[in-house]
Write a protein that binds this ligand. Sequence first.
Ligand code: F6R
Length: 608
Amino acid sequence: MCGIVGYVGSKEAAPLLIEGLKRLEYRGYDSAGVATLSNGAFTVRRSPGKLSNLIARLEGVSTPGTTGLGHTLWATHGRPTEGNAHPHTDCTGRIVVIHNGIFENFAERKASLLAAGHRFTSETDTEVFAHEVEAAFEGDLLAAVRTAVGRLSGAYALVVSSSEEPGVIVAARSGPPIVLGIGSGESYVASDPVALAPWTRDVVFLEDGDLARVDAAGFSICDADGRPLKRVPHRILWDAVAAEKWGYRHFMLKQIHEQPTALAETLGGKISLATGELSLESELLAPERVAAFDRVLLLACGTSWHSALIGKFLIEGMARLPVEVDYGSEFRYRRPVVDAATLTIGISQSGETADTVAALSEARRAGSPLLAVVNVAGSQIARMADAVVATHAGPEIGVASTKAFTTQLAVLYLLAAKLRESRGLGKGLTPGETAALAHLPKAASRALATEPRVEDLARQFHGARDFLFLGRGPHYPVALEGALKLKEISYIHAEGYPAGEMKHGPIALVDENLPVFVLAPHDNWREKTISNLREVKSRDGIAIVVTTREDAEIADAADEVLRLPETSPELQPILSVIPLQLFAYHVAVRRGCDVDQPRNLAKSVTVE
Ligand code: F6R
């Protein structure tokens, strides 16, 4: 949520900041700004709206300096105007600040700073921090930032620079991520290593409570009391090119098409296709540890929560362990029954979602061991967990999650098989399961081949006001995901529902204007789902059925049929979601929506 880039070195900072911000714009695009320092004075340039507005603004004007900070904002305080855009400055213009997160006691601190004579120019909580640093500054920026963070409560990733200490950036973290990039004779700071991909892969993630002093020669890290800390550098393996569009019109479309490769990457190294052997080497999943678990708790948000709902089917069905699923944002505010006999699994693409992080901390406090299913290596959730199973989906830049979802499902399937093995209910994968996994990437490619048909459906139905998505069993979460994809990028109202529940309410919505996606693969739920399909048809709804075989009954009841390759019932959701992703994409394009940066959203939600 919000993007930060900082640079200190010998090159002109402004073009580098803009290049880094372009890679982070998916994190927020309500406004953007940069500040550079030259000859003892900052040049601050800011614009409301997208980064392109800021770029236009910088054209032909000088923004000199080899130290600089840049930001793309997802607004939390005040309207996204130029005045509220970051960076913010103190009364003297000698201190510039960028902040991701929320200061909870900012109103109280602002009143006290106003009373002390400070002058404010924005409605933001961030500006308070600039004035706190100004008030505390006695020639040492790090010391002033340490004092200032002590006066504010809440979540923050902060970068601060001062004209009194040129060539230095101070960073601080409590909640939202901050990463330091190590260059040669230059250093970087960012909210996500993706921003730094072209320049360095050697990064250091700040931990909660860390403060860092960064200059061209390197960095030092300390805690809130100034005690030095050691942090281990990570080498990020992602290739910078993975964060490019490669000729696709949007990142979302590219990421949908990357699913066959992403699935192959995720499965590779975790199973032997020759023997069905599972190599999820983790002490936490060893038989003696698993014997102590009497249930599993899955915690996640958004699309990752939909993965968790399918994970429940997989783990209960294959490993015969009871599974509870909860939203990160709900779990943390109830009194859950969790203890050391509960295996908690956190699922997150970014590994930084604040609600999921907080929920996992809650489970940890109750004594539960943590396993993380994350895409971003080195992310907060990966670092806090006792064990990590990575989805190797590669960077997801488009805000709508696609390949992260399908690779999460692949990992949850392997985890279910591993838990089954450790509980003595089977050895590795059966030959049938191994073959299904071996064919999965190819089957995903074939599912992508529905695109021309899906595009045609988008052409027919992009004007509809509402959509309903129905499914049973593990296809109920797929229905939820289809509806979420459509609403978040096309702004059309869509609901996902368990097909059998339709008659308890949503059936009242069905008329000749309502397109209804019915997920009806050839599995145990097929007959029941076909009954629900007939209920839709007898109320004149427009039935678009996603199925797996030639099926006369379905053909008879449906208005439109999309046929997908068939795999095992447990893996079928991975294929069924693909035409729904494509549908949401093509509808959004036809409606002229900003597919990769839908309004009001941001890629990684690091505030509560
Ligand atoms: C939807 C979407 C969000 C995320 C949610 C959790 O397309 O992207 O619903 O799934 O914000 O994010 P992660 O998985 O990063 O924890």
